[in-house]
Design a protein. Sequence first.
Length: 147
Amino acid sequence: MDNIKVSRMAISDLNEIKDVLLLDFDDFWSVSILETELINPNSKYIMAKINNKIVGFAGIWKAVDDVHITNIVTAKKFRRQNIGSVLLTNLIQMAKEEKGITSITLEVNSTNIPAQRLYEKFGFKVVGLRKKYYNNTEDAIIMTREL
Ligand SMILES: CC(C)(COP(=O)(O)OP(=O)(O)OC[C@H]1O[C@@H](n2cnc3c(N)ncnc32)[C@H](O)[C@@H]1OP(=O)(O)O)[C@@H](O)C(=O)NCCC(=O)NCCS
């Protein structure tokens, strides 16, 4: 899809999606966590729009020499249409533009195959495992890509 427009996401953009986060996006975060993230000075969020409607969003968090991907999600009805790839391409570019950053890292649920495939496609490699990271049951896979 070539009509995907990416821009910075602000707290005011949350109004459009806050009531449909669970239904349309299947997002694992509550509105309040997302609110906190959107005003966190160490975080940067972007959104993807099609026909002026938010169809995905993603964020990074800057540490000392590493950028951490905090979230990346595409609206359910728009999955497999390249939106996740467009968002991830933008996040990688944002990480490259940060001073002193050499790598980009994330945690992904070991059961989340679509996300793992997406990250692999963009050159992320598995570097570790956090046992029972999610709800004290599911493991998190740690993946990193050098910039
Ligand atoms: C992971 C997610 C963001 C991917 O978004 P998307 O817009 O569907 O991604 P794209 O269309 O750009 O797909 C890019 C690649 O990801 C992989 N992929 C995406 N969905 C997949 C699926 N259901 N099964 C296997 N691979 C998949 C493929 O390699 C795909 O490339 P291809 O279409 O050329 O085969 C989306 O599934 C999502 O929002 N999931 C719920 C939230 C989530 O789990 N986020 C990750 C948190 S770590």
